[in-house]
Structure formats: structure tokens, C-alpha cells
Design a protein around this ligand. Structure first.
Ligand code: AVJ
Ligand code: FE
Length: 437
């Protein structure tokens, strides 16, 4: 690789780190110290924990890992180790106060930029090759920014975040079919070439996927209301046994953040109560709710391989693309990402982001539940740490694909894999359905 390539890579890493920090600042400067240290939900950390954890991971991987520096504050490592302390217990830890956490994260960042300047990005070390560790840390910060946005959604009190520009309306969607046939046959799943792909996306491998139909857009709030009004939450036959138990125990009757008032469905979104928009993809449903809706509709969730084939397979060339629209990075014309609109766009938007077969909104808007357990690909190797993916493999976690409006482009691609417990619904999760032919 020549010097111009190396310089472009360095600029890309720098921009990714700066973008992430700008978003972290927005999420942590928009509330006061009391709100930063409060527990808004037992499901979430106090925001100040995420802030210092972001700095601590950056110290661990860029300062100590890449540059071999000594620990800055070894005594705090344990506090910010996600495996030592479950989220619900974090408010009672002797965490760094907001001002200290900001200073710590800024100090780490200053040193990290020096490391970026002084590191040969085309060296043989896997950790720094193609700027991997810098890309990984930018993705890590953006993932916690999405987590912090979930905390913002869960907090009570008046709105502090705004998004004045509305998401785009549906375009050229009048003749959009409800579903398309994805032809059967092998396709390449995962990647061995995407430089900043994380360990669970690797390696590329062939998967044979028989013919199936998949929805061209995510399931909307309006369609989901049909399920509710047809008694979806009161009929056991639609539900997996564990899902039915969850419905009964928590008396679920609608997606999280919805309530009914005088026969109208309303929802709370970032501190504002509004009418549920019928054309918008449904958000804040658990895997069990997505699974039950699909069964009620006479359909099923797509498997993870089906989802990726719909998102990446180009029937004309037989190649797997980086994104549904091709190999170019996301733009605001192609996908709703990066917290720009603070909500999904109506179903049928983003014609420019469609797949070769005409499937839309696979990237951005809502995370999409798949029917699949989170499992390693053949040839998986944990890198650089087992606790990113490997310890979560197994039947307890279901895979989500595609990224939500809250995901930054740096942490979003056709191969990107997210996972969560099937009961979770505070996340920005929706779904689309599929069926056999
Ligand atoms: C990939 C979103 C499931 O937040 O638990 C952040 C990402 N891993 N820090 C999570 C992550 C370590 C992870 N998810
Ligand atoms: Fe983390």
C-alpha cells in the first residue's frame, strides 16, 4: 500500500473517532449531573458509566493494546468491566463523577490521537492492520451512544433531544409489492475483506438458502395494530410458550412506550407524547412479539441467512454486496442512520437504498429480529477479545440485523450482527416477515 492509502486510512479513523465523540458529547451534555448519575431503568447503566467505560475501552485497546502504555488509572478498570458488575448494580459503584469522567475520556482521547499519528497502519500486527483497533473503538463508542440513546428514551421528564428535520416520505412506492421472491441457491455470507468488520462477521463462507419470499418493507405500526385489535395479545396460539409466559406475567398488550387514550394509540418518544404513526415501522417489540405477529399473519421471521441474502445478494453478478444498494458507503439518501431523525422513516422510503430485488430499508430505521440464534460462523476466531462475541454465542440470544435510526454508519453494514435476549424491547427493534414458497 502506498503512502496516500495509509494517509486516507488515518483520516478515516480520525473522522470516525471525532464523529463518535461529538455524539457522545451531545448525549451526555444535554442532561444535568443528577440525570447523568441517576438510574433511569434497571436495564440500563447510568449515563456516566457509559461515558467512562467508553474512555476505559479506548485506553485498554488503543493506549495499552496498540501503544503498550502503562495503565493510567488501574484502580478503575474493574468498575468499567461490563462483566464484573451487572447494569442494575452500577449506580451504587464508586464511579467517576461526571466532571472526572469527562476529563478521563478526554485525556485518553488526546493520547489516542497521538498513537494514531505514530502508528504504521499497514504493519503486520492484526490489531492495527488497516486501522482495525481504531475502527473497532469508534464502533464501540457508537454502540454505547446507541445504548445511551435508549437510556434517553427510557428517562422521564421533558424532551432534551430534538431532530427538526423529518425523515423522508415514501418515494416511488405506489407499485411496491408487499413481498419479493429471493431465488434459492448459494450466496456468500459474512466477510473476510471488510477491514473493520468485527470477529463475529468473519469469515466469508457459502450458504445455501432455498427460495423464500420476504417483505419489501418492515412491518408498520398500522399492521401491528391489526394484530392487537384482532386479540393478538390475548390468544395463546400465536405465541411461543416463553413469549406467552412473558405476556401474562407483565400483562403486555402493545409495544413498549404505547398506551391507549379514548380509543387512540399514543406513544412516548424521547419525552414527547404523540399519535402512533400508522405508516412507520413498528419499534420496541421483543422477539416474542415479532414471532407472534408473524405467526398470526400466516408468515414467519426470516432466518439470519435469509436476511443477509436479501440484503447483499446481487442476482445479476452472483456477488454479495457490502450494502443492499451496492458497495458505496451509506448516505442520507440511502438510509436513516446516525440519530439524524430520532425515529424511523415511513415504510417505503429510501428508494435509493433498495436491494437489487427491491427490498427497502434493510439498513437503518429499525433493527430487525431474525429467527436465528446468535452462533459463530464456520472458522470463527475470537478477536481481539472473547467477551465481544464468543461468550454470547448460543440459544439464549437472537440475532438482529440491519441497524436502526440510532446506529452510526461506521457500525453498520450488510454483514453486521447484533444480538439480544428475546424478551428485550427497550432496544430500537422491529422486524419484517418472510415465508416459504
Ligand atoms: C453488540 C450491542 C450487543 O451493547 O452489549 C458494547 C456491543 N459490546 N460494548 C452490547 C458492545 C461491548 C453489544 N451489542
Ligand atoms: Fe462496551
Amino acid at each position: 500500500p502506498d503512502e496516500a492509502d495509509t494517509e486516507a486510512l488515518r483520516q478515516r479513523a480520525l473522522a470516525a473517532l471525532l464523529n463518535a465523540r461529538e455524539r457522545t458529547a451531545l448525549l451526555t451534555d444535554s442532561v444535568d449531573d443528577h440525570e447523568l448519575t441517576a438510574q433511569h431503568s434497571p436495564l440500563m447503566s447510568p449515563l456516566v458509566w457509559d461515558l467512562a467505560h467508553i474512555g476505559n475501552q479506548e485506553e485498554l485497546w488503543l493506549l495499552r493494546g496498540v501503544a503498550g502504555q502503562e495503565a493510567m488509572r488501574p484502580e478503575i478498570d474493574g468498575l468499567y468491566d461490563a462483566f464484573e458488575h451487572p447494569r442494575a448494580t452500577r449506580p451504587s459503584l464508586p464511579l467517576l463523577a461526571p466532571a472526572e469522567a469527562r476529563v478521563y475520556a478526554a485525556e485518553v482521547r488526546g493520547r489516542a490521537l497521538d498513537v494514531l499519528d505514530g502508528t504504521a497502519l499497514h504493519g503486520a500486527r492484526p490489531l492495527v492492520r488497516a486501522g482495525f483497533a481504531f475502527g473497532m473503538i469508534a464502533q464501540h463508542e457508537q454502540q454505547h451512544d446507541e445504548t445511551m440513546l435508549i437510556t434517553h428514551q427510557l428517562r422521564s421528564g421533558p424532551a432534551v433531544l430534538t431532530a427538526p428535520v423529518p425523515p423522508p416520505a415514501p418515494a416511488d412506492s405506489a407499485g411496491l409489492p408487499g413481498e419479493v421472491l429471493v431465488p434459492g441457491g448459494p450466496f456468500t455470507m459474512g466477510t473476510s475483506t471488510e477491514p473493520w468488520a468485527l470477529d463475529n462477521e468473519r469469515p466469508a463462507h457459502l450458504r445455501d438458502v432455498p427460495d423464500f419470499f420476504i417483505d419489501t418493507t418492515p412491518v408498520t405500526c398500522g399492521a401491528y395494530q391489526g394484530f392487537i385489535e384482532d386479540g393478538g395479545y390475548t390468544e395463546r396460539r400465536w405465541w411461543a410458550p416463553e413469549g406467552w409466559a412473558m405476556v401474562r406475567e407483565h400483562e403486555l398488550a402493545a409495544p413498549l412506550f404505547w398506551h391507549q387514550d379514548a380509543g387512540q394509540w399514543l406513544r412516548r418518544r424521547f419525552g414527547v407524547t404523540e399519535t402512533v404513526p400508522e405508516t412507520e415501522p413498528v419499534l420496541h417489540v421483543s422477539w416474542y412479539e415479532a414471532d407472534a405477529y408473524a405467526r398470526w399473519a400466516g408468515r414467519r421471521l426470516p432466518s439470519e441467512a435469509e436476511w443477509e441474502k436479501a440484503a447483499r445478494h446481487d442476482p445479476a453478478s452472483g456477488r454479495s454486496l457490502r450494502y443492499p444498494w451496492g458497495d458505496e458507503d451509506p448516505t442520507p439518501e440511502r438510509a436513516n442512520l446516525g440519530q439524524r431523525h430520532l425515529r424511523p422513516a415511513p415504510a417505503g422510503a429510501y428508494a435509493a437504498g433498495g436491494s437489487p430485488l427491491g427490498v427497502r430499508q434493510l439498513i437503518g430505521d429499525v433493527w430487525e429480529w431474525t429467527s436465528s440464534d446468535f452462533l459463530p460462523y464456520p472458522g470463527f476466531a475470537a478477536f481481539p477479545y472473547r467477551e465481544y462475541s464468543e461468550v454470547f454465542f448460543g440459544p439464549a440470544h437472537k440475532v438482529l440485523r440491519g441497524g436502526s435510526f440510532a446506529v452510526d454508519p461506521v457500525a453498520c453494514r450488510g454483514t453486521f450482527r447484533n444480538w439480544d435476549l428475546p424478551v428485550r424491547r427497550q432496544i430500537f427493534s422491529g422486524f419484517r416477515t418472510a415465508r416459504d414458497i
